[in-house]
Each structure stands twice: as C-alpha cells, then as structure tokens.
Ligand binder design. Sequence first.
Ligand code: PLP
Length: 379
Amino acid sequence: MQKPIYLDYHATTPVDPRVLSAMLPYFGPKFGNAASATHSFGWEAESAVESARKRVADLCGATPREIVFTSGATESDNLAVKGAVPPGKHLVTVSTEHKAVLDSASRLEETGCSAAVLAPRPDGLLDLDQLRDAIRPDTALVSVMFANNEIGVIQPIREIGAICREKRVLFHCDAVQAFGKVPVDVNADGIDLMSITAHKMYGPKGVGALYVRHGLRLPAQMDGGGHESGMRSGTLNVPGIVGFGEACAIAAAEMEEECQRLRGLRDRLLERIRAGLDGIHVHGSMERRLTGNLNLSFEGVDGDALLVALPDLAVSAGSACASHGTGGSHVLQAIGVAPELMQSATRFGLGRFTTLEEVDYAAGRVVEVVRKLRSERPV
Ligand code: PLP
C-alpha cells in the first residue's frame, strides 16, 4: 500500500531536510557536551547551542538569555504553570487548553491552589470580559494558548497580555501551534512565559523551550547540574537544539509566504468538500484561525467508519496528544458541539509539504466516502 497523504501537521511535522542536514554533524564529529568547559569539543557544542538560542529568541522578540531549553512543550507547560503559582494562590485558564496545562492546573489544585477554568465562546475564542472578571487579587497566573491544536483558533493574545499587565498577573502562553506559523512577539503581546516545541515547526521531536521574561525565576522541576540558569538541569540535547534553531531561521524567512499558500489550500479543501456535500459543520472561528487548520463534522456519518474508510488519508479524529485518553474531544465539548456531530469530527492539518494535488485528492475522497456512508446508513 502507498503511504497515506499526511494531513496531520498539528500532531507533528516532518523534519525539514535543511533542519536535518544542520543537525547531522552533531550526531557525528561534533558530539561534545555543551557544558564541557575545558576543551574544544565542549566549546563547539556550546557555541552551536548559543547560536540556536539566538535564533529561537529572534523569532519571538526575546533575548537569548530568556530562552530555557527543555525536552518539549509538555515540560515547558509544567515548568511554567507549576512554577509560577505559589502555594495557595489562584490561576485562570481555559477549558480548551492542552492537557499539559489543564493537568498541571489540576495538580496545583490538589496541593491547595485554586483554578478558574473558563469556557470559551462557541467560536472557540475567549471572552475578554469573562477573563477580566475571573482575575482575583490572589491570582498569580493566567494561562491561555496562542492557537488551539484541534480547531486552530487564534486567541486575542495581545488583548489578554494587556489585561494581565493591567491586573499585574503573569501571563503564560502555550504557543506551540502558533510559533513559526504566525508572528509572535513576547513584548508586544505582553507574554511573560511561553511554551514552544520544535516538532510542530519542522524540527525534531524531544526539544522545546520555555521563554521566561528577564527577571522572573521559576523553581526547577528537576534537581541536577543547574543548567539553563538553574531552571532546567540536564545535559543539553545539542543536535535537537541546533535543529530547533535552524527550524526557527527557516520559519522567520518563509512564514508569511507559507501562511498564504496554506490559506489557499485550506480554503480550496473546504470549498471542494462543501461543493460535494451538504450537512458539513466547521468547528471554530474561520476568521481567527491558523491557515493550515480545518476541523469538520459530517452530519449522519459515523466517525470511526469514516476513518476506517479513509486509510489513504492521515487525518485525525482529535489531538494526537489526547488520543490515549478516553471520551471525545474536550475542546469540541467545551465549545458546545453536539455529541452526534462530535463523533464525526475530523481534523485536517495542512503544512509545508502539502501539495495542491494532495488537497484535491483528499477532498475528492472525503466527498466520495461520506456519500457512500450516508447511502449505506441513511439518517
Ligand atoms: N501544547 C500544545 C498546544 C500542543 O499541541 C502540544 C502537542 O501536541 C503540546 C503542548 C505538547 O508538546 P510536546 O509534544 O512538545 O510535549
């Protein structure tokens, strides 16, 4: 069987060949430990890490010393949320956040902190008045993601940042799905802590970062050698960090054009599916959305049967990160999607290597299969 067409770019992205070639020497002759201060192997690794740190920082208007490398965004979210809320204090977050944030908030609640988990509007966006009202005198942190990993909606981050500044609370933003796809500026956006990861932006898996605004200090989650300004001990993943830096440099140069191209492809996919089928529901705002994202439900179609009938398309029924859990999507539930629609929700994630031919093929197959399933089991 031929490989399916990959339309799951929110789960992970293929490593860009340019990223791979930048990394390869660091698996070979340039194998030094970036913490080895006494010889050239270490210096070479350290210099590669520092130039990658600058590339990551440059993509979000940070300074290199504000970038703390981690193993990925799950770790960054844990470090930020658990580290920024002192014992007994309050945090505000949203029910459509990634589980790495929601579960960290629950863990804090177990230890005596309290959390307000806000419901978004039906279009997936946060109501800013609701946010304002939820912030209390003892609120230490607001955590709101930049772009959602299931429905792709882009939150009003700059406005949220301004509210947090005005109320003097820290703002953590999980920017995993937005970083490298849309402009992110930690200063203009008023972000104090920001989680990012390389594998959603054509870099390798197992490396990410937390942006920590200058002057803030988070307690380390792990004890050890005191790397990364004491906030994240552990020998640095030099090849991964080099790849992350290269992925950021490529994104800086190509993001705008790529974003436009994906908008064209995504809109074409939707138009073609709509032209062939009725009873289609789009989840989340189409106005404030990542250009590579589409999340659709098909009336009168069984979601499992749909995925089984489309082995040639690698699409997702929800987020890959949550797919080991039970029950439906917590995101679709939070925006009030009816259960009979939720079960057929399908996430299409388009990215750098998606072609026009693939989009046309995918649209044709979706129309064909949905029609067939509906004719077999008419509602
Ligand atoms: N946050 C969001 C919004 C994500 O989409 C993901 C991954 O799916 C993560 C966090 C976790 O990132 P990582 O895979 O680097 O741990």
